[in-house]
Design a protein around this ligand. Structure first.
Ligand code: HEM
Length: 478
């Protein structure tokens, strides 16, 4: 059985109607609480789901105002769901992403996925390493100035802007000014926040937000749409021979079965890459920085690797296979703090998953937050230990004991891009700086659609050249 939430200390809302009854035998033999799960306004979903699993086990059925939900935690069940055509994504994210790859399914999704897949294979993303290194070097200059001035850096925000700049530069050959990047990040954050509020209906919270009637959602979405339409228009204005050979040009010039993509379709794919392709990586990094500051011995091993492999060089392609510990830190950060911490699907027709009846229309939930902490698969599951990923011969105990990038037909398109990017950013910045959170002990997981930090990590960045490296036995950062 998976452990209950240890990290999120927000209490269940006082109006919690989760009864303390023993498992019920209701629909099929699936255990779960009796009656309706209904919160007034707020719930801590990490605590709520963790608590259900603690009480009822790896499969829990509960009833919300919107209908029945079944939470599946065992990796075998996760695999079945992700690989089955019966489970489709709910339509929520369509409000933001339209028919983009991350929101669609069926023939439209298949054709788009086929179109883009090749560019995101390891060989397709390899050339982006120079953009990643260049943009990170820009961030390093800003950190150098902050270090000299003794000013704190909002590391979470810095990671978010940096990864946005990288996605825009790598896929759309566009340069975002600091101001533009900040405005776009704020707009994306706002829309993801708002959609998060609706998605909580699966945890028993009523719909308290209607995007089409909300002015701030409309204005944030308008800002994102404007930025995308602007990029499309500028690119289309160029003669084909003058267009950079990037994803944007490829999409504009693509011929699908139904002809070229229209502006609406182009917008949907570009927004998908912007929204799906930066905050996730930024969060993986933000959690990695926090974990490292809390574990000086892990940080010391990182410095040893970076000094040995890179010295004073920026990472290049040939270095990546040698940055084993750097990458393992990112992977372990995503185990304990998966940026996409849960996924919801809807059953198309009646089904049975490993003996559990799943009637048509049931909402099926899987949660990397819970499965990644499953005691049967992860010894000492709450401990941050990159060594779990540092030995290539040692594989996770089950393919779906670890699924930060999902799996099956919708497995993250940007997985190789993101892993390379996070490794390069961490290597390039940790090669030069030690990060010391000033509010570290107060940072908690803030679950919405993604697993954010609350508050964002504020840190002093110290130049490593100017300071001695701490010994493994040095006290913690806080
Ligand atoms: C650490 C960073 C990232 C994480 C943790 C992550 C996680 C995920 C997950 C869990 C899914 C599956 C969603 C589902 O099944 O409903 C997904 C899908 C997707 N991701 Fe990522 N992602 C990351 C980075 C990126 C990047 C950098 C890009 C693009 C540049 C990207 C683009 C996409 C797209 C287009 C899909 C939809 C794939 C499909 O349905 O065919 N992601 N991602």
């Amino acid at each position: 059985m998976a452990r209950s939430n240890q990290q999120s200390d927000a209490p269940l809302a006082p109006d919690v109607s989760l009864p303390l009854n023993p498992p019920t035998i209701g629909a099929g033999a699936t255990p779960g609480p009796v009656g309706l799960i209904a919160f007034e306004k707020h719930v801590d979903p990490l605590a709520f789901l963790g608590d259900l699993v603690e009480r009822y086990g790896d499969v829990v059925r509960y009833q919300t105002r919107m209908g029945p939900c079944i939470l599946f935690v065992h990796p075998e069940h996760v695999q079945t769901i992700l690989h089955s055509e019966n489970y489709r994504r709910a339509s929520l994210v369509k409000m933001m992403l339209g028919e983009g790859l991350l929101a669609s399914d069926g023939p439209r999704w298949r054709s788009q996925r086929r179109l883009m897949q090749r560019d995101f294979l390891p060989v397709g993303v390899a050339p982006f390493i120079s953009v990643m290194a260049r943009e990170t070097a820009g961030e390093a200059s800003a950190w150098q100035a902050a270090a000299r001035a003794g000013e704190a850096v909002d590391v979470t925000m810095a990671m978010t802007r940096l990864t946005l700049r990288i996605v825009v530069a790598a896929l759309f050959s566009d340069d975002l000014s600091d101001e533009h990047a900040a405005a776009l990040c704020a707009a994306v954050t706002q829309t993801v926040n708002d959609l998060g509020k609706i998605s909580w209906t699966v945890f028993g919270v009523p719909v308290l937000f209607t995007p089409d009637r909300n002015a701030s959602f409309a204005s944030a979405k308008g800002a994102i749409d404007g930025a995308c339409h602007d990029m499309i228009a500028r690119r289309k204005a160029l003669a084909p021979a003058d267009r950079p050979r990037d994803l944007l040009t490829m999409l504009i010039e693509a011929q699908t079965d139904s002809g070229p993509l229209d502006d609406r379709q182009l917008r949907d794919e570009i927004v998908t890459m912007l929204v799906g392709g930066h905050e996730t990586t930024a969060l993986a990094l933000a959690w990695a920085w926090k974990a490292m500051a809390e574990h000086p011995e892990i940080e010391a091993t990182l410095y040893k690797e970076l000094d040995g492999v890179l010295g004073d060089r920026t990472p290049g392609l040939a270095d990546l296979p040698k940055l084993v510990w750097t990458r393992a830190i990112v992977q372990e950060a995503m185990r304990l703090y998966p940026p996409v911490w849960y996924m919801a699907r809807v059953a198309n027709k009646d089904d049975v998953i490993h003996g559990h009846a799943v009637p048509r229309g049931t909402c099926v939930l899987i949660s990397a937050w819970l499965t990644h902490r499953h005691k049967d698969f992860w010894p000492d599951a709450e401990r941050f230990d990159p060594a779990r990923f540092a030995e290539p011969a040692v594989q996770p105990p089950h393919r779906y004991a670890y699924f930060p990038f999902g799996g099956g037909r919708h497995q993250c398109l940007g997985m190789h891009f993101a892993l390379m990017e996070a490794t390069v950013i961490l290597a390039e910045l940790a090669r030069q700086f030690r990060v010391r959170p000033v509010n570290g002990q107060h940072i908690k997981p803030d679950p919405g659609i993604t697993l954010r930090q609350s508050p964002g990590m504020l840190a002093r960045v110290e130049s490593r050249a100017a300071q001695p490296v701490p010994t493994p036995s040095a006290p913690g950062a806080f």
